[in-house]
Design a protein around this ligand. Structure first.
Ligand code: G
Ligand code: G
Ligand code: MN
Ligand code: NA
Length: 254
C-alpha cells in the first residue's frame, strides 16, 4: 500500500519523468525518432526500475492513469522538439496491454492528439506480445482505429513472449521490435545470426519494418545492416537520455 501511495503521489505531482532513447535509420544513419521510457526517482526508495513498478501499477490499477500521463508528456515533447528544430521525429510510447484493452482508449488518444497538436504520423504506440495473448476482435478493432488516425503500431519485445506466428498474422501492426536478447546472441554464435536473419525475413514477408533493440556492438550493427534491418536502438548509439541531454547531444547534431 505504501508503494501504491507513493506512485500515486509521484504521478499527481509530476515527479515521474520520461527519458528518450534515439532510434536510428540504418539507410541514412540519422536519428528519426525516440522511445519514451519512464523513470521514477523516489528520495527514500531511490531509482525505481520500470520493469518493477509497471507490473505493480498494472496490478493496483494505476497503469491507465500512468499511460495517459506518458502519452500526453511524450506527445507534447515530440511536438515541441519537431517545431523548435524543424524536424519530423516520431515518438514511440509503451502502452500496457491492460490499458489498450480499456474501453475508450482510442477516444482518449484522439483527445491527447488534439490537446497536444501532435501530427499523428509522428506518434508510435508499442504494445508487447502479451497484448495479443487474450486477443479479441475488440483489440484488433482498436489497433485498426489507431492506425487509421495515422499512428504507427509496433510489436515490442518480439520473440520473448507468448505470441505464436498465428497471432502475428492476425494483428495489424506496422513494425516488429526484435528483443535485445536476440541481438545479444548475434555474435559470434552462428545460430544467433540465423535467428535474426529469419526474424527480419519474416517481418519483411509480412510487410513490417524492423527495429532491433539493445544494439551495443559494431559487429551486431553490421549483421543487422547486412540483413536489411531498418532501424536500431541501443547503447552503441545512445542510452535513454533526459530531455536536456537529448536536446543537447542529439537534436543539435541531426
Ligand atoms: O527503460 P527500461 O529499459 O529500464 O524499461 C524496462 C521496461 O519497462 C521495458 O520493458 C519497457 O517497455 C517498460 N517501460 C518503460 N517505460 C514504460 C512506459 O512508459 N509504459 C509502459 N507500459 N512500460 C514502460
Ligand atoms: O522492453 P522495452 O524495449 O520497452 O525496453 C527498453 C529497455 O531497454 C529500456 O529499459 C532501455 O533502458 C533498455 N536498453 C536500451 N538500449 C539498451 C542496450 O543497448 N542494452 C541494454 N542492455 N539495454 C538497453
Ligand atoms: Mn519498448
Ligand atoms: Na523491447
Amino acid at each position: 500500500l505504501l508503494l501504491e501511495t507513493k506512485l500515486h503521489q509521484a504521478l499527481k505531482k509530476d515527479i515521474l519523468e520520461l527519458h528518450y532513447q534515439p532510434k536510428i535509420d540504418l539507410k541514412t544513419d540519422k536519428v528519426v525518432g525516440m522511445e519514451a521510457l519512464l523513470r521514477w526517482y523516489d528520495p527514500e526508495l531511490g531509482q525505481m526500475p520500470p520493469d518493477r513498478f509497471i507490473p505493480f501499477a498494472e496490478e493496483c490499477g494505476l497503469i491507465n492513469d500512468i499511460g495517459v500521463w506518458v502519452l500526453k508528456k511524450a506527445c507534447a515533447q515530440a511536438r515541441a522538439w519537431n517545431q523548435t528544430y524543424n524536424l519530423n521525429l516520431r515518438v514511440a510510447v509503451n502502452i500496457s496491454p491492460i490499458h489498450i484493452s480499456t474501453f475508450g482508449f482510442v477516444k482518449m488518444v484522439r483527445g491527447v492528439i488534439a490537446e497536444t497538436k501532435i501530427d499523428p504520423h509522428t506518434l508510435e504506440i508499442e504494445i508487447t506480445e502479451m497484448s495479443m495473448l487474450d486477443y479479441t476482435e475488440d483489440l484488433i478493432n482498436t489497433i485498426e482505429q489507431l492506425r487509421s488516425l495515422g499512428i504507427t503500431i509496433s510489436l515490442d519485445d518480439f520473440g520473448t513472449g507468448y505470441s505464436s506466428l498465428n497471432y502475428l498474422k492476425k494483428f495489424p501492426v506496422d513494425v516488429l521490435k526484435i528483443d535485445r536478447a536476440f541481438v545479444r546472441d548475434i555474435v559470434p554464435e552462428k545460430s544467433g545470426i540465423a535467428m535474426i536473419s529469419a526474424m527480419i525475413s519474416l517481418a519483411h514477408a509480412l510487410n513490417l519494418q524492423v527495429v532491433a533493440e539493445g544494439v551495443e556492438e559494431e559487429a551486431e550493427l553490421k549483421v543487422l545492416r547486412e540483413h536489411g534491418c531498418e532501424f536500431v536502438q541501443g547503447y552503441y548509439f545512445s542510452k535513454p537520455l533526459s530531455v536536456e541531454e537529448f536536446t543537447n547531444s542529439i537534436l543539435k547534431n541531426v
